[in-house]
Design a protein around this ligand. Structure first.
Ligand SMILES: Cc1cc2nc3c(=O)[nH]c(=O)nc-3n(C[C@H](O)[C@H](O)[C@H](O)COP(=O)(O)OP(=O)(O)OC[C@H]3O[C@@H](n4cnc5c(N)ncnc54)[C@H](O)[C@@H]3O)c2cc1C
Length: 308
């Protein structure tokens, strides 16, 4: 007989694991499908300092091991595989995992997002040791030291302003000679003594030693000269890719590719919910992913009970 899950969760980061904890605790037959290892983006961070309940901080993988252990307590079933398609068949959804079709009455999408990388030598080597893709997460680790932020849009500008609260100096490295950020943010950037824009420049490499990042090599696009920038942190803010491309034809996405939902995580397809970083929302953090996961699970439960 073909198994029909009550709930199929796509993605095993903080949002997916929280949703799985709630639905399995509610005795719904749940399967969570993760294409890599469980834990999501948090697995790539050394220290999480802003998730409540862990004074002094906790290593990302340790935090996610606790999430997993907690889910196991309630018998959450997990499998490794990549979801490539979702088909609405009314009361049942067909989900393709590594070419095989699974069936569920409801689906929660928690596939997250991925920060864009520069792709320069030294970048991946120093992730978590000076290279970061999230100033909100890691900015406070860089007190009274010089850092660089790479990018020219609103995110780069907002993160430069945030970093200026901690760092001794913030170099804003941008490939053009003007920012794309909104005027009000630009005014704040130019009025901030700690922030120094470095125009027309590309990061060519990240230099460091066993203590972490020590400098960046830059290339000026105008005169083609190379220079070294003393900075012990490099924050990359050149964009984020939500992992929802395989859903583009069946769900409403915004122009950047985030899934559009209402405030209770309902997508444009009945019985399909989205939670965490893959959903269009104001703050992408572990705390908000967890909150989303819990809401999506409870709204899914109501949907399955016929109260929707
Ligand atoms: C380096 C770094 C440091 C960070 N530090 C902090 C911090 O200190 N504090 C904080 O609050 N936040 C931090 N964040 C942000 C935080 O990690 C995210 O907001 C959070 O992980 C989002 O959770 P999520 O479950 O929505 O998505 P994700 O964590 O992105 O998890 C999504 C999961 O879905 C899987 N997946 C994607 N597509 C598919 C598919 N088609 N099929 C199956 N599986 C799929 C992915 O492999 C991934 O495991 C950090 C992020 C990064 C990158």
């Amino acid at each position: 007989m073909v198994t029909v899950y009550d709930v199929l969760i796509i993605g095993g980061g903080p949002a997916g694991l929280t949703a799985g904890l709630y639905t399995s605790r509610a005795k719904l037959k749940t399967l969570l499908v993760e294409r890599m290892i469980l834990g999501g983006q948090v697995m790539t961070t050394t220290k999480v300092e802003n998730y409540p309940g862990f004074p002094g901080g906790i290593d990302g993988p340790d935090l996610m091991a606790r999430f997993q252990e907690h889910c196991q307590e309630f018998g959450l079933e997990t499998m490794t595989g990549e979801v490539t398609a979702l088909v609405d068949q009314g009361e049942e959804k067909l989900v393709t995992v590594d070419g095989k079709q699974l069936r569920a009455r409801a689906v929660i999408i928690t596939t997250g997002a991925e920060p864009s990388k520069l792709g320069v030598p030294g970048e991946s080597q120093f992730v978590g040791r000076g290279v970061s893709y999230c100033a909100t997460c890691d900015g406070a680790f860089f007190r009274n030291v010089p850092v660089a932020i790479v990018g020219g849009g609103d995110t780069a500008a907002e993160e430069a302003l945030f970093l200026s609260r901690f760092a001794s100096k913030v170099y804003l490295v941008h490939r053009r000679d003007e920012l794309r950020a909104t005027k009000v943010l630009q005014d704040r950037i130019f009025a901030n003594d700690k922030i120094e824009p470095i125009w027309n420049s590309l990061v060519e490499g990240v230099i460091g030693d066993n203590t972490g990042v020590t400098a960046l090599t830059l290339r000026n696009r105008k005169d083609d000269t190379q220079s070294t920038l003393d900075a012990v942190g490099m924050f990359v803010a050149i964009g984020v890719t939500p992992k929802a491309h395989f859903l583009a034809d069946i769900l409403d996405l915004n122009p950047e590719g985030y899934i559009l939902t209402d405030s209770e995580c309902r997508t444009s397809m009945p019985g399909v919910f989205a939670a965490g970083d893959v959903r269009k929302k104001i703050l992408k953090q572990i705390a908000t992913a967890v909150g989303d996961g819990a809401i999506a699970a409870i709204v899914t439960e109501k949907y399955l009970d016929g109260f929707e």
